[in-house]
Design a protein around this ligand. Sequence first.
Ligand code: RP5
Length: 167
Amino acid sequence: MMSARGWVCIIIGSDSDAATMAQACAALDEAGVAYEMKVASAHRSPERTKEIVTGSERDGAKVFIAGAGMAAHLPGVIASMTTKPVIGVPLSGSSLQGLDALLAIVQMPPGIPVATVAIGGARNAAVLATQILALEDSALATRLKDQRMKMAAAVAEKSKQVERSSR
Ligand code: RP5
């Protein structure tokens, strides 16, 4: 994967995480940001995780997004292997409904941060990754501002509908 503006490497702990993390892919597609999504487990395949992180950095990945559930060590392990920003997405699916993953991802020791989004917050992970890439890409920054304007317009339109139906 080569891209002049850099690209986002998405790693998920299991194929069972793919459906939720597809929301990150959709948001990156909307922003025109290149990405790859691969499965690698911090626990079941640590060597593969290391190979993907090292290879992706070599090939120009500028941000990592890691989605995992349960004892979700994947984002933190990736953060230990790179100084690129790592965004962690806690995923539900366990009997603790993602609270376990949230606490595992957010409670990183000083020096090795993971930017943690909400449980299931795959879309925001992608938006945050886009914002990081936009620091050095004015066209991408403009696209993000356009998206914000569309969101604001959508709120105003929804308000009109609510106002009409509540009369
Ligand atoms: C984590 O364990 C994965 O990220 C997934 O959310 C969870 C369950 O994995 P599977 O048993 O579905 O492969 O490592």
